[in-house]
Structures are given as C-alpha cells and as structure tokens.
Design a protein around this ligand. Structure first.
Ligand code: BGC
Length: 252
C-alpha cells in the first residue's frame, strides 16, 4: 500500500525497532505501531533484516524514513555510541533501500526526528523561535530547530559539563544505574541545561525519552532559567519524525 499525505516511519532504538504509517497532516499514526526486538548484536545486516520484516508485515510499499541513534550525514552513519560499532561508516540509506527492494529511504538521527515531530505536532508546536529537544534515555540525544528548520546532528549529549560528558552525567540510564532520586538526578540535568542555555539560548527545552512520562516528578525540580516542557508525542515522536523526513527535504 502507498498513499498521498502518508509516509512510513521507523525508529531504531537499543531495545526495539518500531514502525508505523503516519498521517503527515496531523502527525497521527494511521495504523497500529509494529514493534520487533532489536537484534543482538545489532549489526547493520541484522537490523536491516528486522526493518524489512517490519515493512513487509505493514504491507507498505512506499518510501520510508528511518532513525538511528547516531550521527547520520547524507545517509551514512558516522557514530555509534549506543549501538553496534560496525555501523560506523555504513551507508545506512543504501543498506535499508536494498533491503526494501530499492525504494526511497531517508535515514536521520533519532533525536532529530523526535525534534521535528515535537516542533510540528507536539510540545513546541506553538513556539516560534529556537527549540531544543533533549531525549533522556540510554544516552542524551539532541535536536535544534529554528522556526521549524532543523540543524541536524547537534549531539549536545556529548558536550562536556563540569568535566564530564553530559550523557554520562544526566542520561536517565545514569539515574537508574546510580539509583539517584529525582532530586539528585534533576540537579545533574540542571547542570547540563545551564551549560546549553548559556551557549545556545533556546526559547524552550522539550524533554523527551521514557522519563518524560514522569515529568511532574522532576521538571519542577530543575533550576535553570529557560522553560522546560515534557514531550507530548512520547513513544511515537521518532516514528512521526522519521515519516516527516521522507518529504521534509532530507530526502534526495
Ligand atoms: C548518540 C546520539 C543519539 C542519542 C540518543 C547518543 O549517545 O550520540 O546520536 O541521538 O544517543 O539515542
């Protein structure tokens, strides 16, 4: 199946490969999300096989947008912080396109996709100006949008904050691993936000990732000056943004 005003988005994460058909006018999923476990090891060929299985199950034959937890430049994966290292320098757009019978495929960073979706349909839809989305998960992903235009691959999760990489200080995985309270963890997130707001001066931070579901427990504890709002699209932001990328000009 293929239809106007719709595109298929797939979000590749450390634990799941999730995809759905998206209505590009509303940002809604047209049909239920399909999810497969991320193969281990998460090598390019194993992940491409999972992607092909997912698209076949959805019976979708149009273009596909796919996120990776990596810097992606012109379809080529350049970093692999939380995914199998063999991805580095893989032409992911070509790999997925071949696995999907040669159709058009756009590949982009996962946080960039979530940022596009939140900016257009979610927490930042009424904000005009500079929007920074941060996803708190295994690592910290970032997206920067100015009046709706994405500056790709910002990677603010790797910025050094008081002698430590931001994602090693304040990813939600750090909270779990060190058994930090919300108060203790929010103090670390504050340090990261203050560093970023002093460098980039966004109008708003959008906080995404699984822990944004518990936003009321920690956003009020933050001590930085820029307003912070929880992401709205939750676990569909990556899928929606991936589908948006198909027509957003990221595509060839
Ligand atoms: C990666 C980013 C990614 C983020 C969230 C970071 O470790 O460097 O590219 O967006 O994790 O998955």
């Amino acid at each position: 199946m293929s239809a106007r005003g719709q595109a298929f988005g797939i979000d590749i994460g450390g634990s799941g490969v999730k995809g759905a058909l998206v209505d590009l006018e509303t940002g809604d999923l047209v049909r239920d999300r399909i999810k497969f476990a991320t193969p281990h090891p998460s090598t390019p060929s194993a992940v491409a096989e999972t992607v092909a299985k997912l698209v076949a199950q959805a019976e979708w034959d149009g273009p596909v947008g796919i996120t990776m937890p990596s810097v992606v430049v012109n379809g080529i994966v350049r970093t692999a912080a939380n995914i199998d290292k063999t991805w580095v320098d893989t032409d992911a757009a070509k790999l997925f396109s071949l696995a999907l019978g040669g159709r058009d495929v756009v590949v982009l960073n996962d946080a960039d996709a979530a940022g596009m979706a939140e900016d257009r349909f979610g927490a930042a839809r009424d904000i005009s100006g500079l929007v920074m989305l941060l996803t708190f998960g295994t690592g910290i992903g970032s997206a920067l949008l100015y009046h709706g235009t994405l500056v790709p691959n910002t990677e603010f999760g790797h910025i050094e904050v008081k002698g430590k990489e931001a994602e090693h200080r304040a990813a939600s995985s750090v909270k779990e691993r060190k058994n930090l309270s919300y108060k203790q963890w929010a103090a670390e997130v504050t340090k990261v936000l203050v560093t970023l707001e002093n460098l980039v001066w966004p109008d708003i931070f959008v906080a995404g990732g699984g822990i944004s579901r518990d936003a009321e427990h920690w956003i009020p504890l933050l001590g930085n000056r820029t307003p912070v709002v929880a992401a709205h699209l939750r676990n569909t932001a990556g899928i929606v943004g991936a589908a948006m990328a198909v027509t957003a000009g990221v595509a060839p």
